[in-house]
Every structure is written in C-alpha cells, then in structure tokens.
Design a protein. Structure first.
Length: 452
C-alpha cells in the first residue's frame, strides 16, 4: 500500500511540476476568452541594464537647508510620485553619497522628456494685476493635477495647498475681492512674460484648494503644467550631474547570455548529481525544477522585485546553495549507510544530521543579503533581494521538498542500494538487520566504515 501511495504521489507531483513549468515559460490566450495569459518569466519587471532606458544623477544643494536628510527623503518621494503619475511606474530612485539622487527609468521612448521634466522644475507666482506684486508662490503647494473639466469645457490644473498655504491663499483672496490676479510660471528664478491664467477674484477661496483654467489649450498642456508645478515643490534644489542612456539591444543581449549561462550551469549540475548519486540525483533534479518554478513565480508577483544582471547573479548563487544543500544531505546518507544502517534508516539519519549544517550556512547568507538590501543601492540592492528570495526557497526545497521526494522514492525501492550509489565500508561486516525497518537505532557495525 505504501509503495502504491508513493507512486500516486510522485505522479501527481510530476503533473503539477509540468503544469508549473508551462505556466512559468509559456504565454498563451486563455481558451474561450479574449484574455492572454502572461508567463511568470515574461511578467518579471526588468531593470535598466536589461530593458534599456535612462539614468540620471542629481545633486541636492544643502547650503542653508535645515534638516537636510528629511527634506532630501521628501524630495525623493515627491520625485517618485511625479514619475509614477507620468506613467513611468518602473522608475527607481535611490540616494547616493548622502546628497545625491540616482534616477533610473527603464524602457523610455523619449529620454529628453525625463531630463526636461526633472531638470527644469517650475514654480508659480500669484501676481495682483493692479500692483504687479507677487503675493504668493508655489512653495506651499502639495499637489497639482491636470485634467479636462467637462463642465468648463477646458483643461484645468487643480492645486492643493498645505495648512500654511491654505491660510495664506484664503487671506489673499479675502483682501482682494473683485480684483484680477494672474498666475505666472517661474523657471530658474525668471518669471514668464505671459500669464498662464488670469481671473477675477469673486470671493474668498478657503479650504486649501484652487483651480487654474487653461482655456484654448490642449489637455496635455494642463498635464505638463501640473508635472512642472510638482517638480517645483521639491524641498531641495536639484542639479543634474550625470546622465546617460542604455540601449535596449545591449540589455536584451545581456539577458540572453545570462539565461544561457544559468541553463548551462543547471544542466551541468544535473548531470553531475545523477552521475554521483543516481536515483538520489534524479530526486535532486526534481527539487531543483520545483525551486526554479517557485523562483520565477515569486520574482513575478513581488512588486518590489526588479531583475538586473546582478539580480541574475543572485539567482544563480542561490541555485548553487540549493545544490550544495542536496550534496550535504546525500553525503550524510552515504556515511550513515557505510556505517551499517539500512537505506531507509540512513535516509532518515542523513537528513536529520544535515539539517543544522544547511541551516547555519543559509542563515549567514540571509544575513548578508538583508544587509545588502538595507544599505545597498540600485543593482546591489537588487542582488540582495533576489539572493534573499533564492536562499529561502533553496533551503525549503533542499530540506523539505527533497526529503519528501526521497521518502517516496525509497518507499518504492529500498532494497537495492546500487540505485542510490550507496556502498558499505571496506571493514563492514553484515549485521542482522531488518532492511524494511525505518529504525535509526538498528544495530550497526562497530568498525568505522569507509566509502569505497
């Protein structure tokens, strides 16, 4: 009964693994629908070095700025929101050297638009037409959104002020009812000659919200103005220090070579495992295939994963850790069998004794990957993320998945040690042991066995 049950379980695992591999690498149209299924591999977000795009390094001016670190972090968050709002959802912004922001935007069709958006932040000047006096700037604006207003039949930019700006704007409009006020764009400290909006103040505008109507212009003009206004609300002044573009062709070639290297390495490892451990090597191959499917799945579903070349290196390194775990386990099993235990007893004792050695090596690597994630930037952080995911999965597959598979295989056949490439020591004397027993305390030869 146990043999039949193990065969059924292995068959179900094999079918599930085949389905997992198909879902991992194959994209197709879902039958009976108009929807397409994207494979795990095609759903993984690629970094700048693989997908191509731009990067830029901006230096923040800390002269006379109090609480600089907090304001730099706020600027980083606002810059991220700005790029996401413009549709660059895969943009990555990191801090470098304490006063620089590195902006990486993969898959950009028009790099100059990014540089113009960030490099030329705009401010607003609210000017009373009667006196020409600037009564307010955009310093206290917290949000600016451009859209087409169907009621006014014109593009508009909706502004929101913080508490200080709301009070200030309310006071200005209260003191200047029935007077005209224009709004000008200010770039690099120079006010434009023509206002973007002129309106008569009919009443006090309270509540911290205002609206700029851009009659006669396209909706895109309102969207661009909103983006410029938001870039002008940075808490620190940014200056472009370095920028470059990365060719998508170069990224595609790097990804292709990385995949080829990983597949070749995996194939060589599989050949070695099967040659060295025979049926146990087949078990390890099953476990590695399950590890690969799970790895692709988690890389696709975790929103903070962006695969880069160093990230591929992290995956390959964690794959090596998974193989190393299997080797440690199988060598312990060989030692236990050489010392006189049955196949089942050696299998049980080998996993038990290898567990702590595998756990120790994985814990130290996990600590290193966490340090890289916390203190690293850019691609180094990506390496730490993929390494952490891979190490956790490799530990689980090496210890638990491999053990379950070994139990199923040995339940089918445990009387022929040649299937597992197991040998007794040279000084071994056959004891009276029930080969069907799973008792690890069974009598063993007192002479120390040596692997032939």
């Amino acid at each position: 009964m146990k043999k039949k049950s193990s065969i059924v379980k292995l068959t179900l695992i094999g079918v599930a693994l085949i389905i997992g591999i198909i879902l991992s690498v194959c994209s197709f149209q879902i039958p009976g629908t108009f929807h397409n299924y994207n494979s795990f591999a095609s759903s993984i977000k690629l970094g700048l070095d693989l997908k191509g795009g731009i990067y830029a390094v901006y230096e923040a001016d800390d002269a006379g700025v109090s609480d600089f670190e907090t304001k730099l972090a706020a600027t980083q968050n606002r810059l991220t929101d700005l790029l996401v709002d413009k549709g660059y959802t895969e943009a990555v912004i990191t801090t470098e050297n304490g006063n620089r922001l590195r902006v990486e935007v993969p898959d950009v069709d028009n790099p100059s638009a990014i540089f113009e958006l960030i490099g030329k932040p705009a401010d607003l000047a609210f000017v009373l037409d009667e006196t020409g006096e600037t009564v307010m700037t955009g310093e206290h604006i917290t949000n600016a959104v451009g859209y087409y207003d169907t009621q006014q039949a014109a593009p508009v930019v909706s502004l929101e002020f913080d508490s200080v700006g709301a009070e200030q704007f309310g006071q200005i409009t209260s003191n200047n009812v029935n007077k005209a006020m224009s709004i000008y764009i200010v770039t690099d400290g120079v006010r434009a000659d023509t206002p973007i909006s002129t309106a008569t103040i009919n009443e006090a505008i309270m509540g911290g919200k205002a609206q700029i109507t851009m009659s006669g212009q396209e909706t895109q003009a309102a969207l661009d103005l909103a983006s410029q206004i938001m870039s002008g609300t940075f808490d620190v002044k940014l200056s472009l220090k370095e920028s470059s573009t990365v060719s998508p062709t170069l990224g595609e070639q790097a990804l292709t070579y990385g995949i080829i290297a990983g597949l070749v390495g995996l194939l060589l490892v599989v050949i070695f495992l099967i040659w060295r451990y025979r049926l146990y090597g087949v078990v390890a191959t099953f476990a590695l295939a399950i590890y690969t499917v799970l790895m692709l799945f988690f890389l696709a579903v975790f929103p903070w994963v962006q695969l880069t070349l160093p990230g591929i290196a992290g995956i390959i390194l964690s794959l090596g850790m998974a193989v190393d775990g299997n080797v440690v386990i199988y060598e312990r099993i060989r030692d236990e069998y050489a010392n006189g235990k049955s196949v089942l007893a050696a299998n049980h004792a080998g996993f038990k004794k290898a567990f702590w050695a595998i756990l120790d090596s994985n814990v130290t690597t996990v600590i290193a990957s966490i340090v890289l994630i916390i203190f690293g930037t850019g691609s180094i952080k990506g390496f730490g993320i993929t390494l952490l995911i891979g190490i956790v999965l490799s530990f689980l597959t090496s210890v638990f998945v491999t053990r379950g598979l070994c139990n199923y295989f040995t339940a089918i056949s445990n009387t022929n040690p040649k299937l597992y490439n197991l040998k007794r020591g040279k000084n071994y004397v056959e004891p009276v042991v029930d080969e069907e027993s799973d008792d690890t305390d069974a009598p063993v030869n007192t002479d120390k066995g040596v692997l032939a």
